[in-house]
Design a protein around this ligand. Structure first.
Ligand code: GAP
Length: 504
């Protein structure tokens, strides 16, 4: 990965239409991104591959599509209202706000130097690292505020009530209260209409457990899967789409009999790692990392992360492991909590053994945006090639697995005459009807056209030339080997489908 940098990835994303800064013409919005024409195809292909492998390819998993705004009691029961928070710290030197648990570590008692105000060229200051053992991630200062918990859920209000108006109406009453009681009263006012944007898709599947059980003929072990947006008011956002406030998750809750959970945990841990490898990610840039007991979420008995080695810049150089997906053993925590808060019975009755039990849940929870970023970084390559004129040239190529490549094939007429454009258009028409996303390009030398497609990650380029007009054959050029072969135009659809989806 020596030649990959985030700068190159960001530049390619903008230049080729994978990812744009959101609201760019207004100066952009921090950590908000839009997927361009190529990016939307890439992400859609990843989600489709996930759905195909996790739902359509199995008999024991069904899908669901739940509301983003759910009953607020869902978040009380799940523990998110009380506990879904990060430790927030302010740097008194450069005013940066950051997550304490993500800050660079430093030896307590050590003396560190930093620039006043965090400005380059600012006066050199020094300070002592306190017992918390970290410094500001931006300026390196140890002059930091106390940690305070910050809830990551986005709150909004449902219905025609304006909480601001209610607060204004209660201004007199609020003014008479001490600050603690005032905060409690304010929370009560806001709480009357408060709802939250879901911070994970998982809860929709837990609260629908009974509905799915009653409406399908499934019995444990079985899974419920969902792909959709989640929202978190992240304190620290960074590295393009790696950590944003709005993102898409691909989650599956696998309900199994207590006692079989450890076996299923091991199964899903391996299966999910294998999924990324099968879709072409380099094995040596992936790892499974088991959580330390102190890292485990409040609901988890065990958790392993599938991590990818991203080309992120950090204090020690380029390259950092980042989580793509967490596989957690959530035990019976969620179903029991929802049963307790809703008063509804969420057990399974096994007619064969006459047993009632609350299933345990194994959850593979992946992020579609992080996966897309990992596939982009992993596919990026630069190589030196010799042009037909004997000159050296750098070829930038995205070596996507054909299944997730945004455009599957490009069709070129060698020249813009002699009926070649018409033939190329006819071929595109046939391929599009067969569900193969294609692109037509007739401008510039054919070598330039190949390069443009290499940069877009298009695995196959089909060229219509003078021979096509006599024997109805075309050439297929392979993006990775650059080798060309001649095949009958009529058989193209089948050949491409086999190469793209053949090993589903
Ligand atoms: N239901 C469990 C759960 O939500 P998580 O580890 O918090 O677990 C699962 O999230 C996946 O969602 C992560 O592995 C990551 O891929 C993605 N994800 C979480 N927060 C994200 C964020 N702020 N931006 C982008 N992706 C995020």
């Amino acid at each position: 990965m020596s030649n990959i940098t985030m700068e190159k990835i960001v530049s390619l994303c903008k230049r080729r239409g994978f990812i744009f800064q959101s609201s760019e013409i207004y100066g952009g919005l921090k950590a908000s991104y839009d997927y361009g024409p190529l990016g939307v195809e890439l992400k859609r292909n990843i989600k489709d591959a996930w759905w195909r492998d996790m739902v359509h390819g199995r008999e024991d998993i069904v899908g669901l599509d739940c509301s983003i705004i759910m009953h607020p009691d869902v978040w009380k029961a799940s523990g998110h209202l009380a506990g879904f928070s990060d430790p927030l710290v302010d740097c008194r030197n450069c005013k940066e706000r950051f997550r304490a648990d993500k800050a660079p570590g430093a030896e307590p008692g050590a003396t560190v130097t930093y620039a006043e105000g965090g400005k380059s060229g600012g006066k050199k200051l020094s300070g002592t690292v306190d017992p918390r053992g970290y410094v500001c991630p931006v300026c390196g200062s140890p002059d930091l505020s106390p940690e305070r918990q910050f809830n990551l859920m986005f709150r909004t209000s449902l219905g025609p009530v304006d909480p601001l108006q209610q607060i204004a109406d209660a201004a007199g009453e609020l003014a008479a209260l001490d600050s603690k009681s005032r905060m409690a009263r304010l929370a009560e006012i806001v709480g009357q209409s408060a709802v939250y944007l879901r911070p994970e898709t998982a809860q929709g599947m837990f609260v629908n457990f009974r509905n799915v059980l009653d409406s399908s003929r499934l019995k444990p072990p079985f899974g419920i899967a969902q792909v959709g947006k989640s929202y978190r008011n992240e304190i620290t956002t960074s590295n393009l789409t790696f950590r944003t406030c709005e993102f898409e998750q691909m989650e599956m809750e696998f309900f199994c009999k207590p006692g079989t959970d450890e076996e299923w945990f091991a199964y899903w841990r391996d299966t999910r790692l294998e999924w990324y490898i099968r879709l072409g990610i380099h094995r040596d840039r992936l790892r499974l990392r088991d959580h330390e007991p102190s890292e485990l979420a409040h609901y988890a008995k065990a958790c392993s992360d599938v991590e990818y080695f991203f080309p992120f810049e950090n204090v020690v150089g380029t390259g950092e492991w980042g989580e793509l997906e967490g596989i957690a053993n959530r035990t019976d925590y969620d179903l029991k909590k929802h049963s307790e808060y809703s008063g509804k019975e969420l057990e399974y009755f096994d007619p064969d053994t006459q047993e009632h039990y609350t299933p345990y849940v194994i959850e593979p929870a992946a992020g579609a945006d992080r996966a897309a970023l990992a596939f982009l970084c992993d596919a990026y390559d630069e190589e030196t090639v010799i042009t037909p004129k004997g000159q050296e040239e750098t070829r930038t190529v995205l070596r996507f697995h054909p299944r997730i490549a945004p455009i599957k094939a490009a069709v070129f007429p060698l020249v813009k005459r002699d009926g070649m454009p018409e033939k190329a258009r006819a071929i595109i028409g046939t391929l599009l009807k067969e569900g193969i996303n294609c692109f037509y390009d007739q401008s510039g030398a054919v070598g330039r056209r190949y390069r443009r497609m290499d940069e877009a990650g298009t695995p196959f380029c089909i060229t219509v030339d003078s021979q096509t007009l006599t024997d109805d054959t075309v050439t297929i050029r392979d993006r990775d080997t650059m080798a060309q072969e001649r095949v009958p135009a009529g058989g193209l659809g089948e050949i491409l489908k086999q190469r793209i989806w053949g090993e589903k």
